[in-house]
Design a protein around this ligand. Structure first.
Ligand SMILES: Cc1cc2nc3c(=O)[nH]c(=O)nc-3n(C[C@H](O)[C@H](O)[C@H](O)COP(=O)(O)OP(=O)(O)OC[C@H]3O[C@@H](n4cnc5c(N)ncnc54)[C@H](O)[C@@H]3O)c2cc1C
Length: 422
């Protein structure tokens, strides 16, 4: 087993948080290496390219609003973000209709949430709200899908906090013409490539104050400090990454944070057939609540032949297979557009699917706070003995947790903590 002992800091994980931290540490004159389990950088940002034509996202796709950290990166790399059409469509009797009211009603419902001394689940908070049954159902579906959460577990206090933290731009969405991966590739291109070691799955971290030894499946690395950016799902999974001695102080925080579940499927068709059917200007998000896969959106440009379906929350666990998604996805679309299933299949060129709950280096999609877990992100983020540091979306306390922006912010925060050690 080779021993590498030159660097001050070992960063575990080359996702948004790890790369952002590495960039900030380089600028602070620190020497680091990244150990990444996968054969690629990006983590839950996973852009693949459909031939030479267009990017398809298997993980994060949207920039939610205008988080400063992300927009500064876009500026730095001269990447132009494309706004997602704000129109939303709903399938009802008589076909598609522009969904003009429901977002307003939904944000009104969520604005009823307040941080209370005694936390409760969103399901409990919703039961107490004086709003109509259809709006309740809408709010339930939204929190389950968007936060990939179980509404009986997710903290109403944390949702209230996020609502307050979200600026006016929070409902705006943007995409990147070359895919989200492009942003991370730009970032990684600034870093010494030999310092990013792929296919290095960290198995064990042995540590004492200012001394760390990381064992991977093929090497041993030594440094003064380690920055952990692996997803919450990995941290919560017994034995996935072993600390010696164990991090007892983190156990309570890990119990109070939950890893959300989501799966997405993208169908690439030979042509955007939906543009020949009413409504001809269908673009952006559309919902078909009765369908197995209820949330869909169109591709980057109006001519893009891609439709993406989304399922979030605990239902994902009971389904989860690619075949199920493919079959039910096509059934959902044939129902939505009133088209014959065989016809749709004949127009299908390719299917892209990734099950994040089964991905061993993620074990879920993104984090959410359980009841009573408002301080858990902060507790998880707190460094241990000036030796073990934490970043990653689950440790973000800026109000952007669960997102790429939250991961970026957490990487900056951890780099600053490390840089300030004497
Ligand atoms: C389906 C899906 C859709 C999403 N959509 C959006 C969206 O539209 N907008 C948005 O802002 N966010 C979205 N997100 C969330 C966003 O992708 C994440 O919040 C963000 O990418 C997390 O970055 P991170 O650096 O914290 O973690 P990661 O990107 O997961 O990086 C952690 C890295 O650690 C590595 N690792 C794990 N275990 C080990 C080990 N033992 N040894 C070494 N390395 C290890 C992993 O391989 C990974 O590369 C989505 C996520 C998913 C799954």
């Amino acid at each position: 087993m080779a021993l590498n002992s030159e660097q001050e800091i070992i960063i575990i994980g080359a996702g948004a948080a790890g790369l952002m931290a590495a960039d900030a540490l380089s600028r602070a004159g620190k020497k680091w290496i990244i150990l990444e389990a996968r054969g690629r950088i990006g983590g839950r940002i996973f852009t693949v390219h459909h031939g030479n034509s267009f990017p398809v996202e298997l993980g994060a796709e949207f920039i939610h609003g205008r988080p400063r950290v992300t927009w500064e990166l876009l500026k730095r790399f001269r990447v132009k973000a494309v706004p997602v059409p704000s129109s939303r469509w709903r399938l009802g009797e008589g076909g598609f209709k522009q969904d003009l009211n429901s977002w307003g009603k939904l944000s009104q419902a969520l604005s009823h949430l307040r941080v209370r001394k005694k936390d409760r689940s969103f399901a409990q908070a919703l039961a107490e709200m004086k709003i109509s049954a259809p709006v309740k159902e809408m709010a339930e579906r939204f929190v389950s899908s968007y936060h990939a959460s179980d509404i009986h577990k997710i903290s109403a206090n944390d949702l209230a906090f996020q609502q307050e933290a979200a600026g006016e731009s929070a409902m705006e969405g943007y995409r990147l013409p070359k895919g989200y991966g492009d942003l991370l590739e730009n970032l990684a291109a600034l870093l010494p490539s030999r310092a990013i070691q792929l296919n290095q799955k960290a198995l064990q971290i042995r540590w004492s104050r200012s001394q760390v030894e990381v064992l991977t499946q093929k090497s041993r690395f030594k440094a003064k400090r380690v920055l952990i950016t692996v997803p919450l799902g990995v941290l919560k999974s017994p034995g996935a990454l072993v600390f010696r001695p164990a991090l007892r102080d983190k156990e309570a925080a890990l119990k109070k944070l939950e890893m959300g579940l989501a799966a997405r499927i993208s169908f690439v068709f030979s042509q955007p057939f939906w543009r020949n059917a009413p409504p001809r200007n269908l673009s952006g998000f559309f919902q078909a609540e009765e369908a197995d896969i209820p949330i869909w959106w169109t591709g980057l440009s109006p001519d893009s032949p891609v439709l993406t379906g989304w399922l979030g929350g605990p239902r994902v666990l009971s389904i989860g297979s690619r075949n199920w998604f493919m079959r039910r996805g096509l059934e959902s679309l044939s129902r939505v557009f009133g088209l014959d299933g065989k016809y749709l299949k004949s127009k299908l060129l390719k299917v892209y699917f990734h099950d994040w709950s089964l991905d061993p280096f993620s074990l879920g999609a993104y984090s959410y706070c359980g009841v009573g877990g408002m301080s858990a992100r902060k507790d998880l983020a707190r460094p241990v003995e000036k030796t073990i540091f934490f970043a990653g979306e689950a440790t973000d306390i800026s109000g952007e947790a669960s997102t790429v922006a939250g991961a970026f912010y957490s990487g900056l925060r951890a780099a600053e903590e490390i840089s300030h050690i004497q």
